[in-house]
Write a protein that binds this ligand. Structure first.
Ligand SMILES: NC(=O)c1ccc[n+]([C@@H]2O[C@H](COP(=O)([O-])OP(=O)(O)OC[C@H]3O[C@@H](n4cnc5c(N)ncnc54)[C@H](O)[C@@H]3O)[C@@H](O)[C@H]2O)c1
Ligand SMILES: O=C(O)[C@H](O)CO
Length: 325
């Protein structure tokens, strides 16, 4: 058994992975060597941002299982992988705490008008501007997976009412007041003060939030995107923000990353932009290694894997999500 890794592991992580399968040959490939090492791998654990020649790897016929170290699978669910017998598992749940921190940083930053105060600080001006409350707000979450579920739980500490859409609306959560089917977005939008995007990028979610839907939100609503940039039509977001329809937006992800210097989004005052750092924190590697070691154990024991992805859908079922609340 040959296991190829391409996520930032330290010697202690390597030791734990080796311990989970002592007879396996473990290769810490690094980005430069991944294309050369993968055709002879049985198992691959790697990150979204690493380019992999998937068609060649699938054609080689040896790879059995991809453990993505990202929750979003837009990097590896290419047609050749989807149509193959390769098992795919995601990192759903592993980054949920960090994504929650990032969401609250963006959300509270916009509600409390921090972009204005950062500009005022640079100009050494002591200005006061109106603010909005998170306490008691009506929050809509698109996508109730590892991230969405943790967010719902934390929002309850702010006495928010939480309404969500999800592909699996029959799932239960003590922290969500109402779960609607994925295609009920238009029904949800008029009833929320804050809209948080936490769904994967799929055929159904690409361009989901366009000008028409942004205008269905109440005036002064806030949009937070911690999922994938192309879920929002960015030029529509700029247009609607400039009309003054929204209170503001916080985006950790953009249609093109890095966001091009000539993007008009940079110049919209009531927007906070962070460079896709929602999942960033040292401990994520520990958490990722916990998940991978657990899945190696299950793989060897022939047990169902955590975060097993339905490749046709592009995400795991709720019952498979690792450590979901
Ligand atoms: N900003 C970051 O750094 C960061 C970090 C982690 C994840 N992400 C992104 O956030 C997404 C969600 O992460 P997660 O860990 O919760 O993933 P997940 O796979 O656990 O959950 C995704 C959820 O979205 C639901 N869903 C799928 N299609 C939908 C649709 N059309 N409408 C509504 N719901 C839909 C699924 O049923 C599932 O419950 C990832 O796919 C990834 O793209 C971003
Ligand atoms: O999907 C994820 O896990 C994050 O966006 C990192 O790529």
């Amino acid at each position: 058994m040959r296991i190829v890794l391409c996520y930032p592991v330290e010697p202690s992580h390597l030791a734990r992975i080796q311990n989970a399968w002592p007879e396996a040959e473990l290769v810490d490939a690094g980005q430069e060597r991944v294309a050369a090492e993968l055709p002879s791998a049985d198992i691959y654990c790697g990150h979204a941002k690493v380019p992999v020649p998937w068609d060649d790897v699938v054609a080689g016929g040896r790879l059995q299982w991809i453990q993505s170290s990202a929750a979003g699978l837009d990097h590896c669910l290419v047609p050749s992988v989807v149509n193959s017998s390769i098992t795919v598992t995601s990192a759903s749940g592993v980054l949920a705490k960090q994504v929650a921190d990032q969401t609250f940083a963006l959300l509270l930053g916009i509600l409390r008008n921090l972009p204005t105060y950062f500009r005022a600080k640079a100009a050494k001006e002591f200005v006061r501007r109106p603010t909005r409350d998170l306490y008691g707000a009506r929050v809509g979450i698109i996508g109730l997976g590892g991230n969405g579920r943790l967010l719902a739980r934390l929002l309850k500490a702010f006495d928010c009412s939480v309404i969500a859409t999800d592909w699996f609306p029959e799932q239960k959560s003590p922290f969500v007041d109402r779960i609607l089917p994925a295609d009920a977005v238009d029904e949800l939008l008029p009833h929320v003060d804050v809209l948080i995007l936490a769904a994967p990028l799929t055929e159904q979610t690409q361009g989901l939030i366009d000008a028409r839907r942004l205008r269905l939100l109440p005036e002064d609503a806030v949009l937070i995107n911690v999922a994938r940039g192309p879920i929002v039509v960015e030029r529509d977001l700029v247009e609607v923000l400039r009309e003054g329809h929204l209170w503001g937006a916080g985006v950790d992800v953009t249609e093109i990353e890095p966001l091009p210097a000539d993007s008009p989004l940079w110049d919209v005052p009531n927007v906070i932009i962070t460079p896709h750092v929602g999942g960033q924190r040292a401990s994520r590697i520990d958490d990722m290694t916990d998940l991978f070691c657990e899945n190696l154990r299950r793989y060897r024991a022939g047990e169902p894997l955590a975060n097993l992805v339905d490749k046709r859908l592009g995400f795991p079922e709720p019952s498979a999500i690792y450590g979901a609340v």
